[in-house]
Design a binder for this molecule. Structure first.
Ligand code: DAH
Length: 315
């Protein structure tokens, strides 16, 4: 029996033998029950055997438990030299990348970054921009009106008014943000993003405007020289107004932005004397610039949050 206990390798077998010995129908249980028939010496011997066996079971149990633990420790040991699974790393959205670049370039030219509210009042979105009520140019933009008379900002030009009202002149700023219009197709989303630039100081001319735009486009599109086409245009808040096209891949003209010399009435609306100060302004779709730079076909995909589309396009 003693040898048998020492040979046992598993806790289950040990438990089985323990039950067969000390359980209700166990061999030792039976012998203890008959102890009254034994003489004194035999009784002492039986008690000792009983105690020894119990001790042996306990010892063997401890030994097996220890062996099981050591085996587990061995199997589960941590190899600290193993390289970890590579963690998934997040990436920047192309719009964020484009904005970071655009902001960096404009800031290096001395423009400072502004934002403004997306729910805008009539004054900042239209009237101060020389587009009073019933002005036909209000129809150029299909506006979302709110019931209290405010609008979803249709153009970041509203931010240039806020900048001039707050800081006066001279001012060199760019405003960024979401803009809203009732339109939707592959190149139009009802929510899109614009960037507005403004520089008002003494003796500012159209050449300053075109010089900054040229330098900006060359940096953004990483081209040594951009070919520009300046077309006359109309915006109520600039006079004269122009549109700037850029030669793309050697053969196509792309319309890039609207711009012009700030209309004297816009300066007056912001408390600035147009006989002393002049300025230029420009505005463009930042999504559109990102689409061109990264060669992406559908503006709506920018807002789907679909990382499969982003990954398929190299992001
Ligand atoms: N706000 C114009 C638009 O949304 C863009 C624009 C044109 C902004 C000419 C300007 C500008 O500052 O001078 O279509």
């Amino acid at each position: 029996m003693k040898e048998q206990i020492k040979q046992i390798q598993t806790l289950e077998e040990l438990q089985a033998l323990h039950t067969a010995t000390f359980g209700k129908n166990g061999t030792m249980t039976a012998r203890l029950r008959d102890m009254k028939n034994l003489d004194n010496d035999a009784r002492v011997a039986l008690n000792r055997e009983n105690a020894e066996l119990r001790e042996l079971f306990k010892t063997r149990q401890t030994e097996i438990e220890y062996a099981v633990m050591m085996a587990k420790l061995h199997d589960q040991k941590v190899d600290v030299t193993l390289s970890p699974e590579p963690a998934a790393v997040g990436r920047l959205h192309p719009l964020t990348m484009a904005l970071t670049e655009i902001s960096g370039i404009l800031e290096s030219f001395g423009y400072s970054l502004w934002t403004g509210p997306e729910i805008e009042d009539d004054w900042h979105n239209f009237t101060a921009l020389n587009t009073p009520a019933h002005h036909p140019a209000r129809d150029m933009q299909d506006t979302f009106f709110l019931s209290n008379g405010n609008v979803m900002r249709t153009q970041t030009s509203a931010i240039q008014i806020r900048a001039m009202e707050k800081c006066g002149v001279p001012v060199k700023m760019f405003g960024i943000g979401a803009t809203y219009r009732k339109e939707m197709d592959a190149t139009h989303s009802p929510m899109f993003h614009q960037i507005e630039g403004l520089y008002v100081n003494k003796d500012i001319t159209m050449s300053d405007l075109i010089g900054d735009i040229r330098a900006f486009l060359q940096r953004f599109f990483e081209m040594d020289n951009v070919e520009l086409r300046i077309r006359p245009s109309y915006f109520p808040f600039t006079e004269p107004s122009i549109e700037i096209d850029m030669k793309w891949h050697g053969d196509k003209w792309l319309e890039i932005m609207g711009a012009g010399m700030v209309h004297p009435d816009v300066l007056r609306n912001c408390g600035i004397d147009p006989d002393v100060y002049q300025g230029f302004a420009f505005g463009f779709g930042w999504d559109r610039l990102a689409m061109l730079k990264y060669n992406l076909p559908d503006i709506r995909k920018f807002y789907d949050g679909d990382i499969r589309w982003l990954a398929a396009n190299g992001f």
